[in-house]
Design a protein around this ligand. Structure first.
Ligand code: D61
Ligand code: MG
Length: 408
């Protein structure tokens, strides 16, 4: 089925077939689950259960860092499950979010009142916290600080709506920018990366903002159905009377203009993302950081000027995702992907779009010097005609063989 969806993209067909046979080279993990304590295995199992997007890249990290990042993920997923759970009354939720970091040092603490899909991490938080306390003290303090700041930040936005672009950046800082900052400190503390990676918080913050804004843009429809509003009012007020009204088909033109404005805002983080990735030295850390960013730019390219965002969930093809996962292993590949997706956006900018100029400027940073705007869409791989010919040849091959063997 996935092969059929990618029929028009021979490079994806190749990536899909290779993935089916040997998996992704960037995330073929070398870790042996049989050599671990049972609590450790349990935590990796919670990671598998609660993360589609991050499990594979975390499992491919080098040894000590892998476990710290896994625990970091589970702790924040537990905190986020409290934030997202609309069945927890606000007067219970606020103190819980604020004091969540303290639960890391309460051996028995766990929470059984959640109805959320990822509640397993709250119900078994005692197992996660005991593994947390086994981590090196530097790792513990990075994770606990991050958890304290995020828990506090979540209370700020619990009932307050996101009004301005500054508040949008602030909310995304709390829920994702802090993760970028914390991860960078873990990389440096592990000795795998230079001190500059852990120290440059502004650039680390951008790594998280790019991912979170992409999620918020893509998830418009899903979030609006659940009455969750994450698009900043400063943007949508120019295009409609309410955020919900954008999904009304009569407002489609305005809705798409609003969407394009938010994509343009997200694109401004690209220069920081490229700077950050260019500083990474360890291959497993590089793949871990680069893959989610490439998924994000691919998603933004799908969403840009796409009315489907207001009717359903827009997703990238499995073939495209597999190819990005497999090939996001060097700065050269990253610049090529970034160039490719930015050029595709550039070529779809409607001349009458109110933000056309700003969008052109933003994508030009992703295209980068030394690349032309037209060239990159051409693949180095053989074109469609070649594949049709190959397919036809395979079909008639048995007939030709029979014809040959029948010859005297
Ligand atoms: C390099 C590699 C990975 C990075 C990074 C840099 C910088 C930031 C991030 C990952 C975090 C990106 C978050 C984007 C996805 N958004 C969410 O999951 C929302 O919840 C945010 C709060 C919890 C964050 C949990 C997290 C996520 C990824 C991690 C991690 C912790 C720790 C280590 C590694 C990766 C979102 O979730 C709901 C949903 O999307 O279904 C929400 O509630 O808004
Ligand atoms: Mg959340």
């Amino acid at each position: 089925m996935e092969l059929l969806r990618s029929w028009n993209h021979p490079d994806e067909i190749w990536a899909l077939l290779k993935f089916k046979l040997v998996g992704c080279s960037a995330i073929n993990s070398q870790c042996d689950l049989t050599l671990m304590s049972s609590d450790m295995r349990t935590c990796y199992e919670y990671l598998r259960l609660t993360s589609r997007s991050f499990c594979a890249v975390i499992m491919a990290l080098d040894e000590d860092l892998r476990y710290a990042v896994c625990i970091y993920y589970l702790v924040l997923r537990a905190l986020d499950t409290v934030e997202d759970d609309m069945t927890i009354p606000v007067d219970e939720k606020i103190p819980l979010l604020k004091a969540f970091h303290e639960k890391l040092y309460e051996p028995d603490w766990h929470y059984t009142q959640s109805k959320e899909k990822d509640r397993v991490v709250l119900e078994n938080f005692n197992i996660i916290s005991s593994e947390f306390r086994n981590l090196a003290p530097v790792f513990q303090s990075v994770i606990a600080d991050s958890c304290r700041e995020m828990g506090y930040g979540m209370t700020v936005f619990l009932d307050a709506k996101i009004d301005t672009y500054d508040q949008w950046d602030e909310y995304c800082h709390y829920v994702a920018g802090l993760v970028g900052i914390g991860l960078s400190k873990l990389f440096t503390a592990s000795g795998l990366e230079n001190t500059v990676v852990g120290q440059d918080e502004a650039i680390s913050n951008s790594m998280g903002l790019f991912l979170q804004k992409t999620n918020i843009i893509r998830d418009y429809y899903e979030d609006i159905l659940q009455k969750r509003l994450f698009w900043p009012k400063q943007a949508w007020i120019k295009y409609g009377n309410s955020l919900e009204s954008l999904k009304d088909p009569r407002n489609l033109n305005n809705a798409v203009a609003c969407l394009n404005e938010l994509v343009t805002d997200a694109l401004k983080h690209i220069p920081d993302v490229l700077t950050y990735l260019s500083r990474i030295r360890n291959q497993s850390v590089f793949n871990f950081c680069a893959i989610p960013q490439m998924m994000a730019i691919a998603t933004l390219e799908r969403c840009y000027n796409n009315p489907h965002v207001f009717r359903k969930n827009v997703k990238i093809r499995k073939g495209a995702a597999v190819r990005l996962m497999d090939q996001s292993t060097s700065m050269l590949a990253i610049r090529n992907f970034m160039n490719h997706f930015c050029t595709k956006i550039y070529n779809r900018i409607p001349p009458i779009d109110p933000n056309a100029g700003r969008t052109r400027t933003a994508v030009s940073y992703g295209i980068g010097p030394g690349y032309s705007l037209v060239r990159s869409d051409q693949s180095l791989l053989p074109g469609k005609t070649f594949y049709f010919a190959l397919f036809a040849a395979l079909l008639i091959a048995p007939w030709i063989r029979r014809a040959i063997t029948k010859m005297p």
